[in-house]
Design a protein around this ligand. Structure first.
Ligand SMILES: [Ca+2]
Length: 230
């Protein structure tokens, strides 16, 4: 906090009139104001001198990052599955394992984030996972090609979430011992393509669908990368 106030005071000093004939507009600074212990920070854009005084008089206030009061959290993605947008073809997040506890490896304390998934092999449309940010409770596989973690489902059963990228297939799945599951397989070698999505897994898919097809090579309806940021 001392550095941020010092920076602000320096900017405030620079913004003060110096005796020159024409003073330019004062620098303006984005700060995040916290109005009470339980309040969300709100963005205020102030001239440098009032901004410095604000930071001095409100201990919980802080400088904004790039005009935002959202917490900056640099995290590593340990595994990621994407699908192709039906119109643009741009990658859309299916799911990813985020190194939320910053250990650099999959472990308890990491988080599974989910997005959308293909409902056919084109894909011509996407379904949505309606629950994201699922806490990882254990890790069963963590290799260069496969990551599997455990997540508790709505009935209390344990689901294995898989991301796999091997020469014969790319695979994302959410499976337990019951019939509720998500299986997205892009068969590349001798394996078939498969989409099988039911309701009831922790990610809560909204559009059940099931189909299989001959493999036909590396298709864009599902792409899986393990350790994509390496
Ligand atoms: Ca971790």
């Amino acid at each position: 906090m001392k550095m941020t106030i010092a920076l602000c005071l320096a900017l405030a000093a620079a913004a003060l009139p110096t005796g020159s004939a024409v003073a330019g507009p004062p620098d303006r600074i984005d700060i995040c104001h916290v109005d009470g212990p339980a309040a969300e920070p709100t963005l205020k854009t102030l001239p440098a001198k009032p901004a410095a005084k604000h930071l001095e008089s409100h201990a919980d206030d802080f400088l904004a990052e790039d005009g935002s009061c959202e917490p900056v959290q640099l995290v590593k993605i340990l595994a990621r599955a994407t699908t192709a947008h039906p119109v643009t073809g741009a990658p859309v997040l299916v799911s990813q394992l985020v190194d939320a506890n910053h250990t650099g490896v999959p472990d308890e304390g990491d988080v599974v984030q989910t997005g959308q998934y293909p409902i056919d092999f084109v894909p011509s449309a996407l379904g949505s996972f309606t629950i994201s940010d699922l806490p990882v409770e254990a890790v069963s596989i963590a290799s260069d090609t496969t990551v599997s973690v455990a997540v508790t489902g709505p009935s209390g059963s344990t689901y294995s979430y898989f991301w796999e990228d091997v020469p014969d297939w790319e695979r994302y799945s959410e499976i337990d011992s019951s019939t509720s599951r998500v299986q997205l397989y892009d068969g590349i070698g001798n394996y078939i393509n498969k989409i099988h999505v039911t309701t009831g897994t922790p990610s809560a898919a909204d559009t059940p669908t099931s189909m299989t097809a001959d493999a036909g090579g590396d298709d864009p309806f599902i792409d899986v990368v393990v350790n994509p940021s390496d």
